[in-house]
Every structure is written in C-alpha cells, then in structure tokens.
Ligand binder design. Structure first.
Ligand SMILES: [Fe+2]
Length: 290
C-alpha cells in the first residue's frame, strides 16, 4: 500500500537540536546493507532488546531498553515517552542520510504469521533536499510527521544536500488486529496531518529515456556498473517515472551493448532488490563470480 502520514507530533515542544547534533557526531558503524546506499547513511540503535547500542539485531521480544546513545538524548527520550505507547514498541533507531542515496528496493520481512510488524518514521527536522519515494510517488517528510512506509513495495530515499536529515525509525509488533493510532499515547495526533504530499515531477519523454539508455550503454561495464546503478536511481526523484525504472534501463543498456555478463548481473540485482530473495541471501553488487 502507499505510504501515508499517520500522525503529527509537536516536535517544536522539544529541544531536539542538541540531541541531533550529538547523534550526528557519533561515528557510523558498518551496516549489513551499506552497499545499497551511497553517501553518509547511518543507523543508530536508541532503544532495543538488550539496551546495548551495538546490538542491531531485530527480534520479537518484550524488552525495549534505552541504549547509551539514547541516554545522551534526553529530549528524544522525553518525546518518545510522551507520544508513543511502550506496550508494543520493540526498537527505535536514529537514521541519518546526508549527501546520499538508498537505491530502490523492497524489504522482505519474515516473521511469525500471527504477528504484524509495523514500522513508522518520525522526521525530527526539515530538509528541503531530502526525498522519499515509493511505487505511488515522491514525497518529503516534514518535522513532526509520523509516516507509515510500506517496506513491502519498492521504495528509495535521497538527500541531495549536505545538511542533516535525522529521523527516528520505530518498530512495533502486534498480535491480531490493531489501528495505526494505537501506537500513540494521544489519539488526536491525526488532526493536523497533510492529506496530499506528492511532489510534482518533470515529464520524461520516451526520447529522453532512449537517450539515457543509449548513453548508459556507452559507459556501462564491470567497472562502472555500480556507479551507473546509483546515477540512474536518481532520475525518478526528479522525473515522473516509476521508482524502479533504473533496473529496467540498465538491463536495456546492457542488451544494447550485447554484454551478456552485465545483462545477467543487472537482472540478478533487480531480482534481489525488488523481486524476490531467499531468507538470509546475501548479494554484492561488485561480486562478479556469477
Ligand atoms: Fe527499506
């Protein structure tokens, strides 16, 4: 389903600047899916099952403790306590993306059938250069907005600028029926939400598309493959084309060049990121032992 705003929190009531500055100063740790991002992409564990900041494992648990990062962020802790019910909350991470991109992908979450896994994002600050996208369009998350993003459909994120873009990512789990607003302590959070939020994008003609594919075909090889993936991934934020067009274009570009190795690689990348992957399957863009 399409992404939507499910609540709005008055973030101006909290002195978040100091906390954001602290989170921006924490050194980034290597992440499992780092290679699908470009630029500065950071995830910091603020609340989790063990209370240990280096524990990034998501699991079904009754415990959700603040980590040493959270203890340095008193305003964020206050915001969380005052606005979100702790009952079904499992994990909170701070997420930053600066001068970077996360390429289009789907997240495949496999949990017990009886359990609904529910993830929301809360933008802690505004950033005019940062965008998100899914199969329905491109949008910006404004400070205080709580968004549901369906990770099961193709989605991507970008920050074209150098300024901080700090979000909280909150993971909840429910057994049986629940309403989106069950996560909030105050159910009136929905009142001030924007109902329309897609940004308008430029028209992209079929001749422009052909020109990009043929241009990509000229420079596409083993050594530029990853760079071309990142470059073409950016087009959908500006032009009105589907979020995962880049993968089809790269396949077409490789076919134009008659480069079987790149065709095979591009198809396997598309399969892994947006079609289907096996549980625990790992993939490396620049692994050419295919
Ligand atoms: Fe994702």
């Amino acid at each position: 389903m399409a992404s939507e705003i499910i609540g709005k929190i008055k973030v101006d009531d909290y002195d978040l600047e100091k906390d954001i500055k602290y989170l921006n100063s924490v050194t980034k740790q290597p992440e499992e899916y780092d290679e699908f991002g470009q630029g500065y992409w950071k995830n910091l564990s603020l609340y989790n099952a063990s209370g240990n900041a280096s524990d990034t494992q998501y699991r079904n648990t009754d415990k959700c403790f603040p980590t040493e990062y959270a203890t340095q962020c008193p305003s964020i802790q206050k915001l969380v306590q005052q606005n979100f019910k702790p009952d079904n909350l499992k994990m909170i991470r701070a997420r930053s993306l600066v001068d970077g991109l996360v390429i289009p992908h789907r997240d495949f979450v496999e949990l017990d059938e009886k359990i609904t896994y529910f993830r929301v994002f809360l933008a802690l600050e505004n950033n005019k250069d940062a965008f998100h996208s899914d199969e329905h369009g491109v949008f910006q998350m404004k400070a205080g907005e709580v968004w549901f993003l369906d990770a099961g459909i193709s989605h991507a994120a970008v920050n074209f600028g150098l300024n901080s873009r700090m979000f909280l990512c909150l993971d909840f789990m429910y057994e049986g029926e629940f309403e989106y607003t069950d996560i909030f302590t105050d159910q009136s959070v929905l009142e001030e939400c924007r109902r329309s939020f897609y940004v308008s994008r430029e028209i992209f003609t079929s001749s422009q598309k052909e020109a990009v594919i043929s241009g990509a075909s000229k420079i596409l090889d083993r050594f530029t493959f990853k760079d071309v993936v990142f470059a073409l991934s950016k087009y959908h934020f500006i032009y009105d084309i589907p979020v995962s067009s880049c993968y089809d274009w790269i396949i077409s570009a490789a076919e134009q060049k008659n480069n079987i190795e790149i065709v095979k690689k591009a198809k396997s990348l598309r399969r892994y990121l947006i079609e289907k992957r096996d549980m625990g399957e790992r993939y490396s863009i620049n692994d050419w032992n295919i």
